[in-house]
Design a protein around this ligand. Structure first.
Ligand SMILES: NC(=O)c1ccc[n+]([C@@H]2O[C@H](COP(=O)([O-])OP(=O)(O)OC[C@H]3O[C@@H](n4cnc5c(N)ncnc54)[C@H](OP(=O)(O)O)[C@@H]3O)[C@@H](O)[C@H]2O)c1
Length: 428
């Protein structure tokens, strides 16, 4: 019989336990599909006594993930610990240095160290795969790296943090405030230990940076992602955007422009009737546009035991079949340094502000916009609540820089109560 592919799995939490279950429950199917058995030699986690909902008695135990990564009976090191540095990175480096292939679900580690790790893999003749790191069960890395490799990618866009989408959906559908929806997500265990990773857009920004590297052949540049979380989105914005035919999503966009690479993860408005607008709850969606293929839309579970373990197994099975791909779809040494676009592609903007009841108040706001070169597409004024009347404005396409000038001028008019909210409208 063909030699088995022997795994060492570090991390036996949600994803790690899911991978062990698939390997135990689907052994015959995996062998049939790859032509060789996939076995587990050893596992590692912090607590040896914890019940993982699956038997581990057939496998050797290591307390130290680095020791696991170096074992002679491990062909592929599967890193499912998490964290950008620490044991996950140390063990990944140890495995690659020892000439072992690595499969990981760790977007934080790759967003921060992707280039160095891809180079290390290449230098040692190894593969480093990370399908599960982006959009959970959606095989978006495979799509970009393989199926769409013959395209110039014009744009990648996506909702890639299910927790944020859940919070925004609950605010909209149940009328919850941001704090109430956040608490609900927390009680359901949807939030990371550090919630800022989710609601601050950092986790989704990590994923976007990885997709951009593959799409544009650039070195991963997470620091160049323009990041804004969902913490400032209010129920008023959600309701009033809906009134104008939009939904608010934490949307990632990357595109190569003549001015450099644009990478942005921020709340923005999308048409309510678009596929992204209709994406409710914890689901993820990624839209890729290629010059030859046109638009591809992929939708599915972005997290959870089964979907994430499914993505890990896709990578493991590729290795079992002998598929050897560069980490980011081309040799690490050929990935270009990113020049970040300083000015984003112009877009229409949604503005919400409270107007103080003074003669000529609306005209002053329109003048501030006009003087910054911004024209108004639509406007709506609501009845006065407290001291101010809510006003919504949808602008024609403009740059964020021009808008910032207009916002400063508006604040100086003395007719705007508080800070206006400005959200980009993406055409999808
Ligand atoms: N959960 C998801 O839906 C999902 C989706 C996509 C990607 N991911 C990524 O998948 C990875 C794992 O996530 P998870 O949700 O499975 O995390 P998790 O449930 O917190 O599990 C982490 C595992 O790592 C183990 N661990 C911690 N420190 C260790 C060390 N020093 N040495 C060895 N093992 C150690 C823990 O051991 P103990 O159990 O003994 O404490 C635990 O088993 C992360 O990179 C995450 O970003 C997760």
């Amino acid at each position: 019989m063909t030699e088995p592919l022997r795994l060492g799995i570090a991390g036996l939490g949600t994803v790690g336990a899911g991978v062990v279950k698939i390997i135990r429950q689907k052994a015959a199917l995996l062998t049939e599909r790859t032509g060789r058995p996939i076995t587990i030699s050893a596992v590692a986690a912090r607590n040896r006594d914890k019940d993982r909902g699956v038997s581990l008695s057939d496998y050797a135990w290591e307390d130290d993930a680095v020791a696991l990564a170096k074992r002679d009976d491990v062909d592929v090191f599967v890193e499912l610990i998490g964290g950008s540095d620490g044991p996950a990175k140390a063990a990944t480096e140890a495995a690659l240095t020892a000439g072992k292939d690595v499969v990981t679900a760790n977007k934080a580690m790759l967003a921060h160290h992707g280039q160095a790790l891809a180079q290390l893999a290449e230098d040692n003749g190894c593969v480093l795969r990370f399908e599960a790191a982006v959009a959970g069960g959606i095989p978006v890395i495979k799509a970009l790296t393989e199926g769409l490799a013959g395209n110039d990618i014009t744009q990648v866009m996506g909702v890639m943090n299910g927790t944020c989408n859940y919070i925004l959906t609950r605010m909209e559908n149940a009328g919850l405030s941001y704090d109430q929806a956040f608490d609900e997500a927390d009680k359901l265990g949807y939030l990371e230990a550090d919630p800022e990773l989710d609601v601050g857009g950092i986790d989704a920004g990590h994923k976007l940076a990885l997709l951009a590297a593959i799409a544009y052949g650039t070195q991963v540049a997470f620091d160049a992602v323009e990041l804004e979380g969902i913490g400032k989105v209010s129920i008023a914005d959600i309701r009033q955007a809906a009134d104008m035919g939009y939904k608010i999503k934490l949307l990632g966009v990357c595109r190569m422009t003549g001015r450099g690479l644009e990478q942005r993860m921020a709340p923005c408005l999308v048409p309510a009737t678009s596929p992204l607008g209709q994406l409710d709850g914890g689901t993820n969606m990624v839209m890729i546009e290629g010059d030859q293929v046109g638009q591809i839309v992929m939708r599915g579970a972005g997290a959870g035991e089964g979907p994430t373990a499914s993505a890990v197994m896709g990578d493991v099975m590729d290795i079992a079949r002998g598929t050897r791909l560069s980490t980011f779809g081309q040799p690490a040494s050929s990935l270009k340094l990113v020049t970040a676009a300083q000015v984003a592609t112009p877009a229409p903007y949604y503005l919400r502000m409270g107007l103080i009841d003074k003669p000529g108040a609306l005209a002053k706001v329109a003048t501030a916009l006009g003087e910054a070169g911004i024209s108004i597409n639509r406007m709506r004024q609501y009845d006065q609540t407290n001291d101010a009347a809510p006003v919504l404005i949808v602008t024609h396409k403009t740059t964020r820089a021009a808008l910032d000038i207009a916002l400063v001028a508006m604040n100086a008019t003395g007719v705007v109560a508080g800070d206006p909210v400005a959200l980009r409208i993406e055409s999808v």
